[in-house]
Design a protein around this ligand. Structure first.
Ligand code: 13P
Length: 305
């Protein structure tokens, strides 16, 4: 069945001149059908450069929106229209405007996990892969607003030594990983290296060995001499980690680290999206052009190696 589905998807993809992009948190079978897998920054770069007419974005809505902002002439499809991001929904454009009003001289940096409207209100966008570099590049004498993820924000503040004006947003899936989960995983696998995403809580990051975006985790695992890794982020990435490192072992820090929104995308829905050309993600032009300025600045800054 899965083979038949895969064949149909491939055929339609060619007919529609489509490209399938999948975030590292997608299920293994969705990652395997994709033309490109990656973290938020890598997928944004690919979306801005592809020659395809159609982009099927296997991820959550803000990721498809990012592709639509960068490539307005392309048709961007999200296979499940309810695949949202609770973190992105934790701040509205109105709330960001109020915050900017309180700090009129501040530079506003938004994490890519935000709506197009919030991006349009921001001076810079960033992902977890380049947030440190973006903040480091900003003038020392300016205040910086950082929204909406408080945990990534604290990580960036610590790394850069800059005081950031934070917003109390958080990722439900990452904060579900506890210190206790890390301690138990370390007891079970004492020689393993713990890799944690910066969206994890501060106590979890404090007892982890490496704080990395999903793309950085893939690079680190490949280059590291270690053979075993505890992974404190959404469990979908374990598929790529295992595939790229057959001689190494990967253990989820917590069985609860599953994002229900990412997992809404299935092979069937990818097929239906290509058959029916749904669900089209578009961004109103005045919002898009302003959001694009913040995104262009992000895409131009290199992520940490
Ligand atoms: P990455 O940028 O590391 O892929 O993270 C994306 C994300 O949504 C984390 O929750």
């Amino acid at each position: 069945m899965s083979n038949q589905l895969t064949e149909k998807i491939k055929q339609l993809k060619t007919e529609q001149n489509a490209v399938i992009l999948a975030h590292n948190y997608q299920s293994g079978e969705v990652q395997d059908i994709a033309d490109f897998t990656g973290d938020s920054l890598e997928l944004s770069r690919i979306a801005s450069r592809t020659n395809a007419d159609v982009i099927v974005f296997c991820g959550v809505k803000f990721m498809a929106e990012t592709a639509a902002i960068l490539s307005p002439q392309k048709t961007v499809l999200l296979p499940d229209k309810h695949a949202g991001c609770p973190l992105a929904d934790m701040i509205t454009a109105e709330q960001l405007r109020e915050l900017k009003h309180k700090h009129p001289d501040a530079i506003a940096v938004c994490y890519v996990n935000s709506s197009a409207e919030v991006k349009a209100e921001s001076d810079y966008c960033c992902t977890s892969a380049n947030a440190v570099e973006i903040v480091e590049s900003l003038p020392q004498d300016r205040e910086i607003i950082f929204v909406p993820d408080q945990h990534l924000g604290r990580f960036v503040a610590e790394k850069t030594g800059r005081e950031l004006i934070l917003w109390p947003g958080y990722c439900v899936t990452h904060v579900a990983i506890t210190e206790d989960d890390i301690s138990k995983a370390r007891t079970a696998h004492p020689d393993a290296v713990v890799m944690a995403h910066p969206e994890c809580s501060e106590p979890v990051k404090a007892i982890s060995d490496q704080i990395l975006s999903t793309g950085q985790m893939l690079k680190f695992a490949k280059q590291s001499q270690a053979k075993r890794f505890i992974v404190a982020t959404e469990s979908g990435i374990i598929h790529s980690l295992k595939k790229q490192n057959p001689g190494k072992e990967f253990f989820p820090a917590s069985e609860r680290a599953v994002c229900p929104n990412m997992k809404r995308i299935t092979l069937e829905k990818v097929l239906w999206s290509l058959e029916d050309m749904h669900y089209k993600i578009t961004v109103p032009e005045p919002v898009r052009t302003r959001a694009k300025t913040a995104l262009d600045r992000m895409v131009a800054i290199l992520p940490a190696k």
